[in-house]
Design a protein around this ligand. Structure first.
Ligand SMILES: [Ca+2]
Ligand SMILES: [Ca+2]
Ligand SMILES: [Ca+2]
Length: 673
């Protein structure tokens, strides 16, 4: 589905995708990962790995070999779990940075410059420094290619220094122990804006902020004895490793109080951030491994995450559908249920466990384009008119065969007395939306409590929202629309509700109700409170749940979940609405939004927003307090591992979910013995 593409595109290969899927299927939904947990190593068997860098899409690790043995050090590339040598014959290589087509490596008393093919040359030798370095350790680089390198000196604390190396290879002192006694055994370096350098001191455990001009030193935190590596994530959290304690800690922006992320390493060395994967990469020197570690889980600790005792069972054991994607009702007191398949058939049957012979309301397959290999197209949305009983109208969102990558929203009308059948001839096209790509078509249709039709559209697809549709108010893509299908404006098959938020704003499409969404995968209204709930599928790291308000901008492609999206995205902004909930790709890879439960059969679920993860099949109930603006509980409902295509609600408010295997499932209270 719309989610698989992002996984495939994110992963290097289809086989990796399979690995991701299999990992996901280990019923991880029941876990409550409050603290970050280390995943299995990306590579093992390395002899003293020290530092890691991502360069040109490759993960490179410096490997010391034996300490103080020359010639046995190397830089290796991690390829499918194996270490492939890039450059060999080094001594004790440590800190690395990538700049342009090169990787620079600090190696005892020299700096190497290594090209893409692994050819290494000495960039700075011992004689280039103001005084001979003894134990070069970490490297940092700015955008102009100026290098900064720490010299741990004799490790006793009276010879430490931090040097600057300009692109012309001239070397000068930034700060040294002689002039700044706080510089004892400087190790990890990280630029802090363009005027300062953060330095963690291995001996004193102090985190220092050093002025690049003049070398003045401020202490900003302490307690990092044997401090080694420094890195920030995209939200500005600062991670610090402590080598001899095997620990990774994090400092929130502006904080001097570190919090533990993990202490499960033997000797955590110089780490880096893989922002596309949403994890840190930590060389564990003594263990000989490179370990991914999820960036800190931000969820508040006081959210109830205990599993619910509610059970999952087949709702209609005798029915099976090919790719069921919508389940809905006619609000017509018939207790009939309507199920649409992504291939184009809309079936209807009685809300009865024994039902075995659904009828066909409409077979739209002759007009629906669907391809297994481009599986985010097809019939994606169905909504029955709020007065279906009177007018027999229903609305379908589908990819038409009449033009490539074209989404169509049409009205059909069942003209027979009991509205059990509609013909293709009744089609009346309402809206046609060209899609630049086959993925991220969105597709939810839902009538709001105001009788208006709401339409969720994706950003148009590919990757990264290449056309910037999410933030462009002149396109319908990346938006939620609100239209009136009971009236027509001149030149339109619908009318623009006068109270739409952008009707009189120049440069904005008047259909737009909310903006900045990537690929809303299922949107619904809480039948009791009227609140609009939407789940937006993430790209790299974060899946999110949004409460949609008129005129709201939900941040894509500047934000993903509650985080800056890519280094060029945006920090939190007043005009960008944050999700009420997010989860990391360690937990699931693609959200499937559901409904707020207002049924009667399962009292345990009343008021819960039911949602799932497509890839892992995990299902949750989330309780949100709108007055406090706070998630109170996010409780797993164990028992499902099949991909969840969609959720649906019947007329009584009972909630169902639809699986890729073609089954309709429902929830029940635990059976009494
Ligand atoms: Ca060595
Ligand atoms: Ca180091
Ligand atoms: Ca968002």
């Amino acid at each position: 589905m719309r989610r698989m593409v992002s996984i495939i595109w994110r992963a290097a290969s289809a086989s990796l995708f399979c690995g991701v899927l299999l990992v996901g299927l280990e019923s991880r939904g029941a876990e409550t990962p409050a603290a970050a947990k280390a995943a299995p190593p990306l590579v093992s068997g390395l002899k003293n790995p020290e530092s890691v860098v991502i360069a040109g899409g490759r993960i490179l690790v410096s490997v010391i070999g034996e300490f103080d043995k020359d010639g046995d050090g190397s830089v290796i590339s991690v390829v499918e779990g194996k270490a492939v040598p890039l450059a060999t014959g080094l001594d004790d290589p440590k800190g690395m940075v990538a700049w342009k087509d090169w990787v620079f490596v600090a190696d005892k008393t020299r700096i190497w410059r290594i090209d893409k093919l692994g050819k290494a040359e000495v960039f700075s030798g011992p004689g280039d420094f103001p005084r001979p370095p003894l134990f070069l350790n970490d490297l940092e680089v700015d955008a102009a290619g100026t290098l900064y390198v720490s010299d741990c000196g004799n490790l006793k604390g009276d010879h430490g220094a931090v040097y600057r190396i300009l692109p012309d290879r001239s070397v000068s002192v930034v700060a040294d122990h002689e002039h700044m006694p706080a510089i004892k055994v400087p190790n990890g370096l990280l630029l802090d804006g363009d005027k300062h350098l953060l330095v963690v001191d291995f001996l004193s455990g102090e985190l220092l902020r050093v002025a690049l001009a003049g070398g003045a030193v401020d202490k900003i935190a302490e307690g990092f004895e044997s401090g080694d590596g420094l890195v920030r994530d995209l939200d500005g959290n600062l991670y610090v490793t402590q080598w001899s304690k095997g620990r990774v800690s994090v400092l929130a922006p502006g904080s001097s109080q570190p919090q533990l992320v993990s202490d499960k390493f033997e000797s955590s060395a110089d780490l880096t951030l893989d922002w596309q994967q949403g994890h840190l990469l930590v060389p564990d020197m003594k263990a000989g491994t490179l370990v991914p570690l999820a960036v800190r889980d931000q969820r508040p600790a006081d959210v109830d995450q205990t599993p619910l005792a509610v059970q999952i069972e087949p709702a209609f054991p005798q029915l099976e559908f090919k790719l069921p994607i919508v389940l809905t009702h006619g609000n017509d007191s018939t207790r009939r249920v309507y199920v649409a398949s992504q291939l184009g058939r809309i079936s209807t049957f009685a809300d009865d466990q024994d039902e075995s012979e659904p009828k066909t309301l409409l077979d739209l397959t002759p007009r629906v384009h669907f391809k297994e290999t481009e599986n985010e197209e097809g019939l994606l949305g169905l909504a029955l008119h709020p007065r279906f009983r009177d007018n027999g109208q229903f609305f379908v969102y589908y990819t038409t065969r009449s033009a490539p990558h074209m989404s169509v929203i049409s009205r059909f009308t069942a003209k027979d007395a009991d509205h059990a059948q509609a013909s293709l001839d009744s089609e009346e096209e309402i809206l046609r939306i060209p899609q630049p790509f086959w993925n991220h078509n969105g597709g939810t249709l839902a009538f709001g409590p105001d009788g208006m039709l709401y339409i969720a559209l994706g950003d148009g697809g590919a990757y990264d929202d290449p056309y910037g549709n999410g933030q462009n108010m002149n396109t319908l893509l990346g938006k939620i629309l609100r239209i009136d299908v009971d009236h027509q404006d001149a030149g339109r098959k619908y009318s623009i509700p006068r109270d739409n938020p952008f009707v009189s704003r120049a440069g904005c499409r008047p259909e737009i109700y909310a903006s900045g969404v990537r690929n809303i995968w299922r949107m619904s209204f809480d039948r009791e409170k009227g609140t609009c709930w939407a789940a937006d599928v993430g790209q790299n790291i974060w899946e999110e749940i949004d409460l949609i308000v008129p005129g709201g901008n939900y941040g894509w492609n500047l934000r993903e979940g509650m985080h800056r999206f890519t280094p060029t995205g945006s920090g939190p902004r007043n005009d960008l609405i944050e999700p009420i909930w997010e989860y990391h790709h360690d937990i699931g890879k693609s959200i499937t939004g559901g409904h707020v439960y207002r049924g009667k059969q399962v009292p345990e679920l009343v008021g819960a927003y039911l949602y799932a993860d497509y890839v892992t099949g995990a299902v949750w109930g989330l309780w949100y307090d709108e007055a406090q603006r706070k998630v109170l509980a996010n409780r797993p409902i164990p028992g499902n591992v099949t991909p969840v295509m969609s959720f649906g609600e019947d007329e009584a408010g009972e909630v169902y979910f639809l699986t890729s295997a073609g089954h309709i499932k429902r929830f029940t209270s635990p059976k009494q013995p």
